[in-house]
Design a protein around this ligand. Structure first.
Ligand code: FAD
Ligand code: SF4
Length: 512
């Protein structure tokens, strides 16, 4: 019974049961660089180069382990352009008794795969993706009958279930969450360790040339390629993080500094999401670093919560709420993305820095994605569809299962509050507190209205005013609406006027 095993570009791990159980003498592992997946949104050049290079290295690794591997490069004559056509073509070359796939990270692809059997004429098995610590079914069971699906409670169950940072039934240290200690801005003189950079080898250099030639109209810069492209390299990124960054991860988690894109973050989502690292090993390593006294509890817990909590939660959330999650538009926002989302040309220094770093690195850290770019996208009423596509294409760690809940649920509130208990909106003072961006800005964060005022200030009150009917009943917005209620009507009107002038400029694609 020979099987044709399809391995996708984000499934680069021998731990997949399809690979573990492969019969090396008979089965064929098929991997392909296909135009359809690389271009259905115009992914960042660095993202495509990273994934193609990691795929090629992984295929070589499997071959060295004596697996039969058929690796189809983008420009190979036998490349059929889409996954289904590639599988179909391979079945015409030799007959296989069945096709084995592993659950993809995208609803669109899963729905398509579920129909493949009808087209291919051989049985198609879609195996669960066992890399995660929870299943979509477990999430749906947990969600059943709950009015609110708060991540914090899901996370506590995951801690208990997987016995992570636990002291019997209780959390180590007595608290589940140490976020109150994790909100420091960074002193001006603080030196952040440099991030891991890997010199491109021959495989990567070949891919870089390919991407330059084939995807030149895609977003982002290709030079200064830094990614790990093998498991060994990804493990070294993790080790360096544990040794040099985790200690300060907690306290500086929300800080932003001009010219310092990497801060104390781990930069491992790229590798976790494509299979080069496994979440369980990362959580175990961080827990051991805490027990060995190398890192404080607030850092270890804060980091583990992102992976055991948020990462698992958003995946469950994605499968639970798809396909509606992709089309929901609670605030009925329709504005197109301003041009500066593509070229970083704006006088708002915070937006300019975050977009510039995204162009350069295919990376921005969480607070840049959430409280600068995301905050602006919601306050300026951008179309959820366009914002979702942007986030999916610009970040090298972006796959729909993780990007969409963060964009639709967390930043845009377009699902109406299934994920977030309130919209994540803030005025310029938050950005000023957590960053040094405002010092070099064309706008003044202390000004509330008028042409020199920070746009986040009046856009924030415009949002609060516009949605008072729907949001003022939300208990988590009570303080904000209390403050709003005490504001003089002429001040509110002035904010609204400044906001409308700004939104009209955006509408007309004028420079802001
Ligand atoms: C609007 C928006 C879009 C996002 N899109 C993506 C995306 O496409 N892919 C992605 O992996 N993450 C996404 N995130 C979550 C988070 O910003 C990134 O995981 C993180 O910035 C990656 O960098 P890092 O590896 O240095 O993470 P760290 O800050 O070091 O965090 C450690 C790990 O925790 C996990 N994690 C942290 N926050 C989240 C979260 N909210 N959801 C899921 N996992 C999380 C990641 O695996 C990350 O590697 C998004 C967040 C926002 C607000
Ligand atoms: S003043 Fe406003 S627009 Fe400028 S950097 Fe600060 S928050 Fe951003």
């Amino acid at each position: 019974m020979a099987a044709l095993i399809l391995v996708l570009g984000d499934q680069l791990t021998e731990s997949l049961s399809a690979i573990r159980n492969a019969n090396k003498g008979e089965d064929l592992i098929l991997m392909a660089e296909v135009q359809e997946e690389a271009t259905y949104v115009k992914h960042h050049k660095k993202k495509i180069a990273f994934l193609f290079s990691a795929m090629r290295h992984f295929a070589a690794h499997l071959s060295a382990l004596d697996h039969n591997v058929n690796y189809i490069k983008l420009n190979d004559e036998s490349n059929q352009g889409s996954l289904l056509e590639q599988v179909k073509y391979t079945l015409t070359q030799r007959s296989y008794d069945k096709v084995i796939c592993t659950m993809p990270g995208e609803h669109r692809l899963l729905k398509s795969m579920q129909q493949w059997e009808n087209v291919l004429g051989v049985p198609v098995t879609i195996l669960p993706d066992t890399r995660f610590l929870s299943t979509p079914e477990e999430f749906s069971e947990w969600a059943e009958g709950k009015k609110q699906l708060r991540m914090e409670f899901f996370y506590r169950e995951m801690r208990r279930k997987h016995n992570v940072l636990m002291d019997g039934r209780n959390p180590i240290g007595g608290k589940w969450n140490y976020d109150a200690e994790n909100r420091e801005s960074m002193p001006a003189t603080h030196q952040v360790p440099s991030h891991s950079v890997f010199k491109p080898d021959d495989i990567t250099n070949e891919v870089l040339t390919l991407v330059e030639n084939e995807f030149s109209d895609h977003f982002g810069e290709l030079d200064n390629f830094y990614f790990a492209v093998t498991r060994e390299q990804a493990l070294s990124v993790l080790e360096t993080f544990l040794d040099e960054r985790l200690e300060n991860f907690g306290k500086f988690q929300d800080a932003m500094v001009e010219g310092k894109p990497w801060m104390y973050h781990s930069h491992i989502a790229f590798y976790l999401n494509c299979g080069l690292l496994l979440p369980k090993e990362v959580i175990g390593a961080a827990e051991r670093a805490y027990h060995a006294g190398q890192v404080p509890l607030n850092s270890a817990e804060g980091f583990i919560r992102q992976i055991l909590g948020w990462r698992e939660y958003v995946r469950g959330f994605y499968w639970h709420f798809m396909p509606n999650l992709k089309t929901d538009n609670y605030f009925d926002n329709k504005r197109s993305l301003p041009t500066f989302y593509w070229n970083a040309q704006t006088n708002m220094n915070c937006m300019r820095q975050c977009i510039k770093e995204t162009q350069q690195n295919a990376y921005a850290h969480h607070i840049q994605r959430l409280m600068v770019l995301g905050n602006f996208s919601l306050l300026t009423e951008l179309s959820p569809e366009e914002v979702q596509a942007w986030y999916l294409l610009v970040y090298a760690d972006a796959y729909e299962w993780v990007e969409l809940p963060n964009v639709a649920g967390m930043i845009l509130y377009s699902d109406g509050g299934n994920l977030a208990s309130k919209p994540y909106v803030a005025s310029g003072s938050y950005i000023n507190k957590m960053s040094n961006y405002c010092k070099n800005c064309g706008y003044q964060v202390s000004k509330k209205t008028g042409p020199k005022a920070c746009p986040f200030n009046y856009l924030y009150w415009h949002f609060i005013d516009k949605h008072k009917e729907t949001l003022s009943n939300n208990p988590r917005m009570a303080m904000i609406y209390k403050t709003y209620g005490r504001m003089k009507s002429e001040n509110i009107d002035a904010m609204k006027e400044s906001a409308l002038i700004f939104l009209t400029k955006l509408e007309n694609n004028e420079e802001v």
